[in-house]
Write a protein that binds this ligand. Sequence first.
Ligand SMILES: [Zn+2]
Length: 722
Amino acid sequence: MSKYTDPPQAPPLFTGTKESIVADAKALCDTTRSLLDKLVAEIKPAENPKAATFDAVMHPQTEDENTSSLSARILGFYQYVSADVELRDASTEAEKIMDEFGIECGMREDVFRLVDAVYKNSGLAASQEADKGRLIDEALAQAAGLENAESARLLEKERKNYIRNGLGLPEGPQRDRFKEIKMRLSQIQIAFQKNLNEENGGIWFTEKELAGVPLDVLDNMERGKHEGQEKIRLTFKYTDLFPTLKFAKNPATRKKVFIENENKCNDNVPLFKEAILLRDEAARLLGYPDHASFRIEDKMAKTPKTVWDFLGDLKTRLAPGGVKEIKHLLELKRKYYEARKMRFDGNYYLWDHRFYDRMMVEQEYSIDENAVAEYFPLQTTVEAMFKIFEKLFGLVFVPLDDADRKRLSPTGKAEDISWHPDVTIFSVWNDESEGDGFVGYLYLDLHPRTGKYGHAANFNLQPGFLKADGTRHYPATSLVCNFSKPSKTKPSLLKHDEVVTLFHELGHGIHDLTGRTRYARFHGTSTVRDFVEAPSQMLENWCWTPSQIKQLSSHWETKEQIPDLLIEKLVATKHVNDALFNLRQLHFGLFDMTVHSPKTHEELEKLDVSELYNDLRAKIAGLKGPEAEGGSNTWGNGQATFGHLIGGYDAGYYGYLSSEVYSADMFGTVFKADPMNGKEGRRYRHTVLEKGGSQDEMLTLEQFLGRKPSSEAFYKELGLDG
Ligand SMILES: [Zn+2]
């Protein structure tokens, strides 16, 4: 192992203070602003058209962007992970400053004129005019007189961004209004996310009301006297929420939890409405029929019609499956109620689903998810996942202990290269077959704490790129998750769905680590939204392949691998209630498309978003809410916690489903027969992962598959073929 001890690049520092975080953000913006001012002052295409070349105009900007990305992402990262509320606030403020500056830059007409002149001087303008649908590849870049396809893509995207930012609009009230909207949307995004991060509500229950919830879950909840009674406080964090919805026997408890969870961030309700109205107004200003058309234009799907057709087809194919699954679950519920002499009203409610879905798996597949979890202690599961990536992609993961951290830290202090003592750090390398070089840094921050981001996600901390001297800057990436903490008596044990989540997020991390692009902006997972999930979704298949499940497992006490019989049972559950699962995704996707493509702006103004959210869910997924008991359909505001739609997945949630199509195609075509085929793994790494967003993702996919993608593998996987 000794050859993997001295990375050629020090890890980044996390020594920001509340003052420095804000000051650094301002300084980054100032540097960029002076650069742009200088370019505009020195290069005058009106006087000397030949002066506007890629080297003169674009190159200094990409250099600046590469350099600033080294600190910009970290400045914005503290808000999700710092234990110090002042740092979180400073980070939010820093992100706001940088976002607003980004908007300011994107609206600079003087810079746009330079970029547009470069575009027109290159052959790109003419060749794109001649063939509008043609994707940029090396041949086209060469013919256009540009150094490589990645530079051509950068130029084309940069110019298009200015136009999408309103610079195609005449100067004056329209353009000013457009700018105002962009600014306000950025504020909304920050406020919305802050409300989600800082959500700290909960419900006090008696022990009796929580009957059925596993003891180790209850052990981690706060206890205290509430209204004169000994009670337990349930929070809305996943580690409390999901086990309670799955195991609490009392339907009134589950109903209360479900409904209050859908009302936990009601401050976001008006923000959501304002956001969709502003987006609609902005899209119409630019001449698009709606926000969805604007957003999908530069995705793989290209037009909303492609998306509506895809979602519509899926809905038709899934609907009968959903009806069948509910009928079965309802029968289970009826028996459960009869055995307990409870009054059965014939409805299958939203707060029933996790409970009966879990019970069905236990009864009919005789699988106990807690028994499975015994085989997946967090620590050893992570190590086993690394082994898979080592074999498949030729990577080596080296944990950094305290002495290593001290040695590698630019300040000489071990704690300075991390944001919290819970974080583990790895230096990642290529193995011998891949040339032994350094790959990057990986950080794992896996347990919940106050003020921390509440879901599971991968954050890029520093992208990779080619430096001016031709050497490479290597990436740093982090997983931020919320797996339960070890208890006094047991390590943190992962349920199988958490194993899948971890592997999925680690998949994003690997995508991020193995990125090898010229420019920071195309690095790693910086792909279009309707592709970005595909690599991670493809990796989920490993967690459903018996040989791989075995590899990943090690009983926390006996160290034994999971028995074949248990694996068999587990794999048999893969598609249990799968139609309902996908119909839920479809609900999210169709809700997203519906609020982002109203026929008129007035229609959107009149829209009751909560009503639409609940109605669409009832219609698509078929699960009943309080309205089936005579309540109104405005009982909950699911959109208020739908962070995706404010955080960048607007008119893009369908991407989770269309990525499934691509991932099923890649897995079925290349890996299904032998998931540990290292040759194919490396080909995948170098053909797909490495490319990031540096070329059109459709081109990447076609290069890997050797043909155009097809939906067949996806429908086959769901049992919906033929
Ligand atoms: Zn993901």
